[in-house]
Design a protein around this ligand. Sequence first.
Ligand code: ADP
Ligand code: MG
Length: 330
Amino acid sequence: MKEQQQNAQTEIRRRIITRIKELAAQKKLLKQSDFLSEQLAGEMMYGFEGVYTRSEYDDLVTGIFSELLQKKRERTEKPIEQPQGDSNIVIEVKNLEKVYEMQAESVHALRGISFSIERNEYVSVMGASGSGKSTLLNILGCLDSPSSGDYYLGGENVSGMNDRQLAEVRNRKIGFVFQTFNLLSRASSLHNVELPLIYNGTPSSMRREMAYDALNKVGLGERVQHKPNELSGGQRQRVAIARALVNNPQIILADEPTGNLDSKTGDEILDLLDEVHRNGNTIVMVTHEAYVADKTHRVIYLKDGIIDTDRLTYNGEKKNNKTNVDRKYR
Ligand code: ADP
Ligand code: MG
């Protein structure tokens, strides 16, 4: 008798799951409330009336829905932190291509780019205007995806990810600094720096503290309530750097971070980036100024969407104690 009861319960459960999957496969709107309707309940329990009371049936359906949703989440959301082994490589791109499809023509902005960057490298990307620097940096920063090729970020293949997954990876692993700062103009420094933490659901009390901390690090502890238009260009870029640092990301990407600043202020920003690098971060920075690139340890030079040269700078050689290795990839 007990066994019969159990078999009946198993069968009802199976029917419910089968029906949910059928409906999902037909892309019909799936609602738990539909399953709790009298009609469907009757259909699912047909032949086994009396096995469940109405409220037990409702609990069963609710339980099945949450199990299935959980399974779906596990399937669709790629595992986040994949074991990195003891590999020191934080960025690896293979044969990256990017084609912008325009109405009249298609622009081949990247035409097969391969390189890797190790933890705590300090790299600049140079090249003439239009050579693909920003396109490359945007892909490295998960702001855009390549047309083809592979991108491994901390061992995780991000080239096939959808926008939502890219946004999540970006928030967790990358701090991005733009030439034009990209701050919210109506918001205080503190709020601008808090934004990435709001996106990733950090509780508000922690957020405050972390944002203060980041602003202190860039020397703006006294300016937390100022809005961007109450700050100088250099101070705005400091806020942007604090925002990039606040999540403690593995990688800082900067697209001409000194491009809109006078040279003295620019130098201060470069000193700040030096310090970020010394603290263990990996930095990739686009610049068109040789003296800026010289401060980094390695220069990847782009020409028409491919790597022309990939060399250590004088500082890089000194640091690595190596002779100038041309890491040209063709
Ligand atoms: P750089 O930063 O080195 O000046 P970009 O990466 O911005 O170069 O641009 C590389 C090429 O791709 C250029 O020819 C540019 O016109 C083109 N390009 C860049 N962004 C877009 C876009 N969103 N749509 C179409 N073409 C673009
Ligand atoms: Mg650019």
